[in-house]
Design a protein around this ligand. Structure first.
Ligand code: GDP
Length: 481
């Protein structure tokens, strides 16, 4: 119930008149239905000699999250296919590789029949399934994570053997590392005469991605999306990586997962590509997905075949939601349609914000500082963008010298150039701050930073950067410039 003079009077068993009297003496002319601040209510109770405790009802969103995060008994966990995302610098051969992977798994009759975009698909190798999520780029990968939807188990980084590590390659590495998922490198276009594999391995090592053949822990597979060379080996390496990491899920619980993309179909209404992460999704289930809800009318796989059920790691296209959800929205199966409707409607009232950001264990700088104050050592992630390699170098060395008993500053990503959308999503997903040294954010990145509540701090003098990180850590930072 709202905290009013009346409800306070009822709660502490004192006449409302008495409460109004005290307020009047304080110069506040209120009525019995006036809303009170929590603090005021506590002060009033104290003055009346009553010990008041204000208990807030648990937020239904928190309860939902708890339900999604509910741990499973290890004995019910089963292996599930790994969920893989392919990233890489533009033109290094992502699309070609994906086409080749898919065509090996698509019936001939289906070729050419595919008009809709396939957001995710499965490939079978040696009788085992692998799930691939087709992300439109690493910024989108970061966006999903910023939304709290961590679906990827393994990242395949495509690097063209003739072109080597490029700026977007570095961004992809930063995203994969921040996600904490294993990386497998597809050293692509090895059919080209101007390939230079050793140079690429060197460049990767410079990014702290050390190839297994050089004693590191990153598998590097030579591939050609054109000829198909190395694709079998790539799949085998992915299966091996999955085996080592033991990706498991409980298929017996109600399904939860995330929306990869969604659209409205002329005939079938809202359609959503979902990936099931836990549990099994079935026809007839009640689904709540972001602001959308509904009863599952039908689920299709990427071959447009209708399925009765979808176990963990299965990508499906779902029909039955009332509106089109957004990429990164989490979905959950509930047993009550009315409850699903109620939550969906409340989210709509609250606006897009609630279902997108601020959920999913995102930590604010404040959380980090608070935890640090309580004595746990914390990592403060920073993303450094600068005008020249020289400035970057100088910043890196300054930040490296930084010492603090409770907080470690970690550079999640650094690069020459303006702050872009990939940086903002990376910062958002990792609760990091962005340091822009002699550079400005791109327009879209600036707008996105506002929306995502990401701090971009601009500096022109190196020592200011360090001073300000110090001040931030002391929790006495002046408003960002
Ligand atoms: P994306 O931007 O990463 O998706 O790259 P694409 O798959 O569109 O490929 C970019 C260009 O490289 C296209 O002209 C492809 O034909 C070419 N390409 C892709 N893979 C290979 C490969 O393995 N070998 C060679 N020689 N060319 C490739």
């Amino acid at each position: 119930p709202p905290l009013t003079v009346r409800s306070l009077s009822e709660a502490i068993g004192r006449p409302a008149k008495q409460i109004l009297g005290i307020l009047f003496k304080r110069g506040e002319m209120l009525t019995i239905n006036s809303l009170l601040h929590e603090e005021t209510a506590l002060e009033l109770s104290l003055e009346l000699g009553v010990d008041l405790k204000i208990v807030k009802p648990k937020d239904v969103e928190d309860e939902l999250q708890e339900y999604i995060d509910l741990p499973d008994d290890p004995s019910v966990l089963e292996n599930r296919p790994p969920i893989i995302t392919i990233l890489g610098h533009v033109d290094h051969g992502k699309t070609t590789l994906v086409d080749k992977l898919r065509s090996a798994n698509v019936a001939a009759s289906e070729h050419g029949g595919i008009t809709q975009h396939i957001a995710a698909y499965q490939v079978t190798k040696n009788g085992q399934k692998l799930t691939f999520v087709d992300t439109p780029g690493h910024a989108a990968f970061g966006e999903m994570r910023a939304r709290g939807a961590n679906v990827t188990d393994i990242v395949v980084l495509v690097v063209a053997a003739n072109d080597g590590v490029m700026p977007q390659t570095v961004e992809c590495i930063a995203h994969a590392k921040a996600a904490g998922v294993p990386l497998v490198v597809a050293l692509n276009k090895v059919d080209l005469p101007d390939r230079n594999e050793q140079r690429v391995l060197q460049e990767l090592a410079a990014q702290n991605v050390l190839a297994a053949e050089w004693g590191g822990d990153t598998e590097v597979v030579r591939t050609s999306g054109l000829s198909g060379e190395g694709l079998d080996e790539l799949l085998e390496t992915l299966l091996l990586t999955a085996e080592l990491n033991e990706f498991k899920a409980n298929s017996q619980r109600p399904a939860t997962g995330a929306c990869l993309e969604a659209f409205r179909d002329e005939g079938r209404g809202p359609l959503a590509w979902l990936i099931v992460q836990k549990g099994t999704l079935r026809r007839g289930d009640v689904v709540l997905c972001g602001q959308a809800y509904g009863k599952v009318r039908s689920i299709f796989n990427e071959h447009q075949q209708e399925l009765d059920e979808a176990p963990p790691s299965t990508p499906v296209m779902l029909a039955g939601l009332d509106i089109v959800p957004a990429p990164g929205d989490k979905f959950v199966v509930l047993d009550d349609l009315d409850l699903a409707r109620e939550i969906a409607e409340r989210r709509r009232m609250a606006g897009r914000q609630v279902s997108l950001s601020s959920r999913g264990g995102k930590r604010t700088l404040e959380d980090i500082l608070n935890a640090a104050r309580e004595g746990e050592v914390q990592d403060l992630g920073v993303i450094v963008k600068a005008d020249t390699p020289g400035s970057l170098e100088a910043l890196r060395s300054e930040i490296g010298k930084f010492e603090h008993p409770e907080v470690r500053v970690r550079i999640l990503h650094e690069g020459v150039g303006g702050v872009n959308e990939s940086d903002v999503y990376l910062a958002s997903a990792s609760s990091a701050i962005i340091i822009a040294f002699h550079v400005i954010p791109e327009d879209r990145a600036a707008a996105l930073a506002l929306q995502e509540n990401v701090e971009i701090r601009r500096y022109n003098i190196i020592y200011e950067v360090i001073d300000e990180i110090k001040q931030t850590l002391e929790g006495m930072l002046k408003p960002a410039k």
